[in-house]
Write a protein that binds this ligand. Structure first.
Ligand code: RFL
Ligand code: PHB
Length: 389
């Protein structure tokens, strides 16, 4: 098989890149290790920046997103029983969009199928060769059959545990990592969200988040121990803990119900530099991870896709490789700002086991400063709705 671009990974970044390339007449194949059902079973992001919404529009896959998403103009921050609103519209001319990553991924798979674009599922043993030459080769296996694909470029969109990043030689690759000493226990329930906006809650018992997917589907998280397990939490224990971490004004009206999904995610900050090696370009979680507190993972995958798509377009339409050669520097410049913001929101709102009484006082003071300072709220709003591309 020969294509212009091989995309490794059929998660949101690989699929979005694939759709944009397809529409631009650039031929690409997507290789996915799992099945479509498996990918769609993962409950992940819920908040989209305007940049990602625009990309979905540009890709011609935003019909359902436009109909079913919610628009949020602010968010609630709480500290024990105290709470306040950070209104984005006071500071930036943009809201955020609430629409599940699962739905966005489904829309992209549906569009890919209708367009007749090729996705190979259940592939294993992906190996890339000749990345420094003009014609890389990707080999893999599917159902015992060996497949060889010749291409011009490879997009590594295979997430944090993928194989693409390992193809950048260790002597070149620099990895920066911070692992947090806690995780998030998440529950999805078919109940109305407790509030019309998201609630980011800091409490003496730890962080909690009240989010949603739509008017009858709520998504909640509580900070848990890094070694905790889902079986340690009955639904009742989860609801009891959540209610203790949010102000009584919200806890009193929280509607609970059976969980339809429950999982624990570890929290990590990670960046790989560079994001390009020869003809390999990393996108999304394959190159960087943020803790979910700023709602930035999927959105930063989308900004990478934007830079890479524009660069590939320039290469194929004008035979100009300048933007491809600048891809890593351009993407990383935005990535590090997002890393900073996600680290800041995580540090602001979580309970850290190693924190002294002094550290906790400083944290409370910072939340109080955010409550009272327009400058601090402006900084949060600008970052939360998304830095420009
Ligand atoms: P993905 O989604 O991990 O997809 C990678 C795909 O590659 C496949 N793969 C391979 N395929 C072929 N060969 C191999 N060797 C392969 N190895 C792996 C995998 O099966 C998979 O299908 O990466 P991508 O596309 O870069 O997308 C990144 C986002 O999924 C991620 O950043 C977000 O989910 C992060 N995130 C959030 N991001 C936001 O922007 N807003 C949010 O509100 C938000 N909330 C969250 C989140 C992540 C969370 N968890 C579970 C970590 C909330 C949570 C709890
Ligand atoms: C979610 O709805 O899953 C969600 C929302 C905001 C975040 C993280 C996750 O910061």
């Amino acid at each position: 098989m020969r294509v212009q671009v091989v995309i490794i990974g059929g998660g949101p970044s690989g699929l979005l890149l694939g759709q944009l390339l397809h529409n631009a007449g650039i031929d690409a194949v997507v290789l996915e290790r799992k099945t479509r059902e498996y990918v769609l079973g993962r409950i992940r992001a819920g908040v989209l920046e305007r940049g990602l919404v625009k990309l979905m529009n540009d890709a011609g896959v935003a019909d359902r997103l436009k109909q079913e998403s919610l628009t949020h103009h602010g968010t609630v921050i709480t500290r024990n029983d105290d709470f306040f609103d950070v209104s984005f519209s006071n500071f930036v001319d943009a809201p955020v969009t609430v629409y599940g990553q699962t739905e966005l991924t489904r829309d992209l798979y549906d569009a890919r199928e209708s367009a007749g674009a090729v996705t190979l599922f259940n592939v294993s043993d992906v190996v890339i060769t000749d990345l420094k030459g003009k014609a890389p080769t990707v080999t893999c296996k599917q159902g015992g059959e060996a497949i060889t694909i010749h291409c011009d470029y490879v997009a590594g969109c295979d997430g944090f545990h993928g194989v693409s990043r390992q193809h950048i030689p260790e002597s070149v690759r620099q990895e920066y990592e911070k692992v947090y000493p806690f995780g998030w226990l998440g529950v999805l329930s078919e109940t109305p969200p407790v509030h019309e906006e998201l609630i980011y809650a800091s409490s003496d018992r730890g962080f909690a988040l009240c989010s949603m997917r739509n008017a009858s589907l709520a998504r909640y998280y509580v900070q848990c121990d890094i070694n905790d397990r889902v079986d340690n939490w009955t639904d009742q224990q989860f609801w009891d803990e959540l209610k203790k971490r949010i102000p009584a004004a919200f806890a009193d009206v929280l509607e609970t119900g059976p969980s339809i999904e429950k999982s624990i995610a570890p929290l990590r900050s990670f960046v790989c530099e560079p994001m390009q090696w020869g003809r390999l370009f990393l996108c999304g979680d394959a190159a960087h991870i943020v803790p979910p507190t700023g709602a930035k993972g999927l959105n930063t995958a989308a900004s990478d896709v934007h830079y890479l798509f524009e660069a590939l377009k320039l290469r194929y339409k004008e035979d100009d490789e300048t933007a491809l050669n600048q891809y890593s520097a351009k993407a990383l410049s935005r990535v590090w700002k997002v890393e900073r913001f996600s680290w800041w929101m995580t540090s602001l709102l979580h309970r850290f086991p190693e924190h002294s009484a002094f550290d906790q006082k400083i944290q409370s003071a910072e939340i109080d400063f955010l409550k009272r300072s327009d400058a601090a709220q402006a900084s949060m709003a600008i970052n939360y709705v998304g830095l420009p591309y």
